[in-house]
Write a protein that binds this ligand. Structure first.
Ligand code: SAH
Length: 214
């Protein structure tokens, strides 16, 4: 049995080395058993710093990217966070360990079912709420959110999500076409209704945000 605890400590050091300093992020990475979010065939690669397939043509983002986006969100304990693209559930678990209450939406039924069960088995049922549906519509019944994170490439940030963000809140998303090869990490700061400041943070590669469900 590989020493996952040691691998996780090494990963935290690597991520710290790459410039992540938010202790909430680093502590969460040290705590969450990433290998359990990854199909058994790839488990040995769970703590490598690259994306890994999770089935249904989707991937779990590389650990550094999860850490980077989590840091950009500047999570404060008690924040209500909306995530678009549950995937493996790893990003949601990191945010929950940072103290957020997470509402997360997935459009692929199989992933939604598998991940909902995993998160429940790991004891996250009162911190992470999973939804099956098209995340571009957000969750109007639970809005507004302190923070919103989109974990798939989108040419534009959907208007519904901008509306569901609290004034003063942050929305983090990889913006650009998925076929372009890479996207710009963007943070929108909501100044007032229809008034957003846009900040840019380098290039990242994501699977596409798609409409509808399957
Ligand atoms: N946050 C995930 C990353 C998964 S990759 C993790 O930690 O593992 C992106 C995910 O977004 C995929 O599972 C994909 O099916 C999902 N997705 C794409 N478009 C979506 C949409 N419109 N609504 C909800 N989920 C979507």
């Amino acid at each position: 049995m590989p020493n996952y605890d040691q691998q996780r400590k090494n990963l935290v050091e690597l991520i710290r080395h790459h410039g992540i300093s938010d202790t909430l992020v680093l502590n969460a990475i040290e705590k969450v058993p990433r290998h359990l979010f990854i199909p058994e065939a790839y488990r040995d690669e769970a703590y490598e710093n690259y994306p890994v397939p999770i089935g249904e043509e989707q991937t779990i983002s590389q650990p550094y990217t999860v850490a980077f986006m989590s840091e950009l969100l500047e999570i404060e304990p008690g924040d209500k966070v909306l995530e678009i693209g549950t995937g493996s559930g790893y990003q949601a678990a990191i945010l929950a360990e940072m103290g957020a209450k997470v509402f997360t939406i997935e459009r692929i039924k199989k992933l939604f079912e598998r991940t909902s069960k995993l998160l429940k088995d790991l004891g996250y049922e009162d911190k992470i709420f999973t939804f099956y549906g098209d995340g571009t519509l957000g969750l109007p019944d639970f809005a507004p959110f302190d923070k919103i994170i989109i974990t798939a490439a989108t040419p534009q940030v959907p208007e519904a999500l901008k509306k569901q963000l609290k004034t003063g809140g942050y929305l983090v998303a990889p913006v650009g076409h998925s076929f372009a090869g890479s996207q710009k990490m963007v943070r929108l700061v909501k100044k007032a209704d229809n008034d957003f400041e846009t900040q840019f943070f380098g290039d990242f590669v994501f699977v596409p945000l798609k409409k509808g469900t399957e």
